[in-house]
Design a binder for this molecule. Structure first.
Ligand SMILES: C[S@@+](CC[C@H](N)C(=O)[O-])C[C@H]1O[C@@H](n2cnc3c(N)ncnc32)[C@H](O)[C@@H]1O
Length: 393
C-alpha cells in the first residue's frame, strides 16, 4: 500500500482540472468559456471514485478493478472513459481481480462529454433533458452551466441513479433526477430546449419529439443491431417532425437497454456446409465505419458474429431472427464466397446497398442526413440517391 499522501504530495485538484480543460481545449472539444468554467469546477473524483480498467488477455477482454490508493486523482483527470459497472450490477469493489463482463455504466471520457455539450449548442436559460445520468458527471457539468432547475436527467438503473444523486449532492448540485426508462423521456418537465442522450438508440423515440418544441435540438448516438454508430444532431421543426445531420467522428455509446438486440440462434448458420457463391464483397466492409453503417441500413434486424466451429477458422456470420443467415468463406486465392440460407439473401441485400453507396463515392457517415415525420424516420444522402427507413423498436 502507498503511504498516505502528505499535504505536499497531495495533487492540487484545481490544477488537475485546469490541465484537463487545457487538454480538451487543445483537442478542440472544449470551445467556449462557460463549459470551461464547468470543467474547472466539477470534481470528477466524486463521481468516479473507483472504476474498471480494461485488460486484454489471450482469453478475451477482462476488467480489472481500480480503487483505493490506485484510483489516483491524476488518473481520474485523464481524458479516458472510466467504466463503473459491468453486466448491469457489478461494481469495482465487488470483485477481487480481473473479471469478464460487459460495461453497463461509465463516466464517459470528458473530451467526448464536453464535445457533445458544445455540439448541443446550449444557450443560457435552456431547459435540458439528459438520458443516461450514469455517474452524474455530465449532469453536474450541465447543472453548473445552467442551474439545477433547468436540468433533468433520467437513468434506468436505480443503483446507478442513487449513486449519481449522492455524488451530485456532495458537489452542492441538485438537478431534477428521475429513475426510469429514458426512451419515454420525462413528460412532467417538458418541453425541453435541448435533449442529449449518453446511451445509443436504434431510432429517435417518439416521446422525445413530443416533449420538444419547434427549435429544440436533439443530440443522440444512433445505432442498430450491427453496432454501427452515427452521432446525429436533429432540430425539431414542428410536432413530430425533425431534420438533422450526422456529425464527424467515430462516437459510440452503450445501447439503451430497450433497444439492445435480442438473443441469437446460431444453429442454422453453423450447420450449413454448402460451398456458397463467389462475392466481391468480403467481410472487411463490416470493419469499415461507414461501410458497416450502410450494411446496417440495409439489414436493420441482422446481427454480426464471428464464430469458429471445432478447430476451423473464425468466420464472419450475419444472422437474422427470421432465420436468414450468411457466412463469409475465405478462398485460397484470397477471394471470398458467401453461403446464404433462410428466407432472405442477407449478403445479396448488403451487396446491393454497398454497390449503391460506392457509386456515390463511398461517402462517410457525416455525409448522411436524417428526416423524421410522425410516420417514418429515414437516413439518406442529401440527393436521396441512397435512403433507408429505420425500424420501429
Ligand atoms: C455511458 S453511461 C452515461 C455517462 C454519463 N453521462 C456520465 O457522464 O457519467 C450510459 C448510461 O445510460 C444508462 N441507460 C441505458 N439505457 C437507458 C435508458 N433506456 N434510459 C435511461 N438510461 C439508460 C446506463 O445505465 C448508463 O448508466
Amino acid at each position: 500500500m502507498n503511504p498516505p499522501a502528505s499535504p505536499e504530495t497531495t495533487p492540487d485538484r484545481g490544477a488537475l482540472r485546469r490541465r484537463l480543460a487545457d487538454r480538451l481545449a487543445a483537442a478542440g472539444d472544449l470551445r467556449s468559456p462557460p463549459w470551461r468554467a464547468a470543467v474547472e469546477s466539477v470534481p470528477r473524483e466524486v463521481f468516479a471514485p473507483e472504476w474498471f480498467e480494461r485488460v486484454d488477455t489471450e482469453h478475451g477482454t477482462m476488467w480489472s478493478p481500480v480503487l483505493g490508493d490506485a484510483a489516483t486523482p491524476e488518473r481520474v483527470y485523464e481524458d479516458t472513459t472510466l467504466v463503473t459497472q459491468l453486466d448491469d450490477k457489478v461494481r469495482p469493489r465487488d470483485v477481487a481481480g480481473p473479471v469478464f463482463g460487459t460495461p453497463s455504466s461509465s463516466s464517459t471520457l470528458p473530451g467526448l462529454v464536453v464535445g457533445m455539450l458544445e455540439d448541443l449548442r446550449v444557450e443560457d436559460g435552456d431547459r435540458v433533458l439528459e438520458i443516461g445520468s450514469g455517474t452524474g458527471y455530465s449532469t453536474a457539468l450541465l447543472a453548473r452551466r445552467l442551474g439545477d432547475d433547468r436540468v433533468t436527467s433520467i437513468e434506468v438503473d436505480p443503483e446507478t441513479a442513487r449513486r449519481a444523486a449522492s455524488a451530485l449532492k456532495a458537489t452542492g448540485l441538485e438537478p431534477h433526477l428521475v429513475v426510469g426508462d429514458g426512451l419515454d423521456g420525462v413528460p412532467d418537465r417538458a418541453p425541453y430546449d435541448r435533449l442529449i442522450a449518453t446511451c445509443s438508440v436504434r431510432e429517435i423515440p417518439r416521446p422525445w419529439l413530443e416533449q420538444s418544441r419547434p427549435g429544440t435540438i436533439v443530440l443522440a448516438n444512433l445505432t442498430g443491431w450491427l453496432y454501427a454508430f452515427g452521432q446525429t444532431r436533429l432540430t425539431v421543426t414542428e410536432p413530430g417532425h425533425a431534420i438533422g445531420e450526422f456529425l464527424p467522428g467515430t462516437v459510440s455509446f452503450m445501447v439503451a437497454r430497450r433497444h439492445a438486440p435480442p438473443g441469437l440462434d446460431t444453429r442454422a448458420a453453423l450447420a450449413a456446409d454448402t460451398p456458397g457463391r463467389p462475392t466481391d464483397l468480403g467481410p472487411a466492409i463490416l470493419r469499415d465505419w461507414a461501410g458497416r453503417f450502410v450494411v446496417q441500413g440495409a439489414l436493420p434486424t441482422a446481427q454480426h458474429v464471428t464464430m469458429q466451429v471445432g478447430n476451423g477458422p473464425f468466420l464472419d456470420h450475419l444472422l437474422d431472427a427470421d432465420g436468414s443467415h450468411a457466412t463469409l468463406l475465405p478462398q485460397q486465392d484470397g477471394s471470398w464466397n458467401v453461403r446464404e440460407g433462410g428466407p432472405r439473401r442477407l449478403w445479396n441485400l448488403a451487396e446491393q446497398a454497398v454497390t449503391c453507396w460506392r457509386a456515390q463515392g463511398a461517402p462517410p457517415v457525416d455525409a448522411f442526413r436524417m428526416s423524421i415525420t410522425p410516420d417514418r424516420q429515414t437516413i439518406h444522402l442529401p440527393d436521396d440517391s441512397l435512403t433507408w427507413e429505420l425500424p420501429h423498436s
